[in-house]
Design a protein around this ligand. Structure first.
Ligand SMILES: [Zn+2]
Length: 338
């Protein structure tokens, strides 16, 4: 009789212990599940923020690429326009030559005084006072962009040899070590003009203010190093680079400030890394005759050794063909793409 309550109590105790053990086990597994879920949630958050970061990077890259593409498209469009302009000029010159030939053919063989060639003047002294025979002058304006560099002194020496004056559109960034050549350009009678501080299309054509801010830096650099205040400039890539809206607003602003820009009507093609010395010579010599006052684009920036190598032949050819080498100034008729 005494054993029954004892067994019952023992059974109750065992049951209670089992229940406690079960609940403890459930609590433990729930807790560890909870911890696992928290870890997973943390990882998901991390992955999410990484994805957001990648997304914003891709967005920025896409925006940059789109802007660069637009810039390239407008540059190509400008170049196409320029090429078609040149083709028109060549056509009109070819027609002009044909007309002249026909006139000569129909003229009497004995009548040598009726030479229809526009390059010679049968009456060189027949000008009223104050009028010079401008139309028969053969002037070429050689221009050098992107310098100064280690090549500039050699370019200057070659120009001196032909008593040639030229125009240098300089860039500051990465050319600071050649600042001493700026004064040399002025001292030797050439025109020192501005091109850009950074020459970074994406930056300078972002807005009118971006252009002016860049321009001020190269302007200050030149003034500090030479005391000379330049008034001519050339747009990097030409005035048909960048968006029309931005470039037109820059032109208006710069003209108000008294700065005048020059594009070119003869390209040496030395902007391309693939060009050769003979290509440069050919591009210049075969095209100068197609325009009345050739403004020739060349480069004296670092690495333009093909241009330096071409320069003696170019100077020789132009000199032999009666050209006078002059530097640009504000009185020269501008060459503008816009
Ligand atoms: Zn340039």
């Amino acid at each position: 009789m005494k054993k029954t309550p004892f067994i019952a109590a023992l059974a109750c105790g065992a049951l209670l212990l089992a229940c406690c053990g079960f609940f403890a086990y459930r609590c433990f597994s729930l807790n560890s599940r909870c911890q696992n879920l928290e870890t997973e949630a943390f990882q998901l958050q991390e992955n999410n923020s990484k994805l957001q970061e990648d997304n914003s990077k891709l967005d920025t890259e896409l925006t940059d690429s789109t802007a660069q593409l637009k810039e390239r498209e407008s540059y190509v469009a400008g170049q196409k326009e320029y090429i078609s302009e040149l083709s028109e000029q060549i056509d009109s010159l070819t027609n002009g030559e044909d007309d002249g030939q026909e006139e000569t053919d129909s003229a009497s063989a004995d009548d040598s005084d009726t030479d229809s060639s526009s390059s010679s003047d049968s009456y060189p002294n027949l000008y009223a006072e104050g009028c010079s025979p401008k139309d028969t002058e053969k002037i070429v304006y050689l221009t050098f962009d992107d310098g100064p560099s280690n090549l500039t002194p050699q370019v200057l020496d070659l120009l001196d040899r032909y008593n040639a004056k030229a125009t240098f559109f300089v860039v500051c960034k990465n050319n600071e070590e050649y600042a001493e050549y700026l004064s040399e350009i002025v001292a030797r009678g050439h025109t020192l003009a501005l091109h850009s501080y950074s020459h970074n299309y994406h930056e300078i054509y972002a807005s009118k203010d971006a252009f002016l801010s860049d321009y001020e830096k190269v302007y200050d650099w030149v003034v500090e190093n030479t005391g000379y205040t330049p008034s001519l400039f050339r747009f990097p890539g030409g005035s048909n680079n960048g968006s029309s809206y931005v470039v037109n607003s820059i032109i208006d602003e710069m003209e108000e400030r008294g700065f005048q820009y020059f594009d070119w009507n003869v390209s040496s093609g030395d902007g391309s890394e693939l060009t050769t010395t003979s290509n440069i010579i050919d591009n210049i010599c075969s095209n100068v005759g197609n325009v009345e006052h050739p403004v020739v684009l060349m480069h004296d920036g670092r690495g333009k050794n093909a241009t330096l190598a071409a320069l003696p032949s170019v100077l020789e050819y132009l000199s032999d063909n009666g050209y006078e080498f002059r530097s640009l100034d504000k009185s020269v008729e501008t060459v503008h793409y816009r």
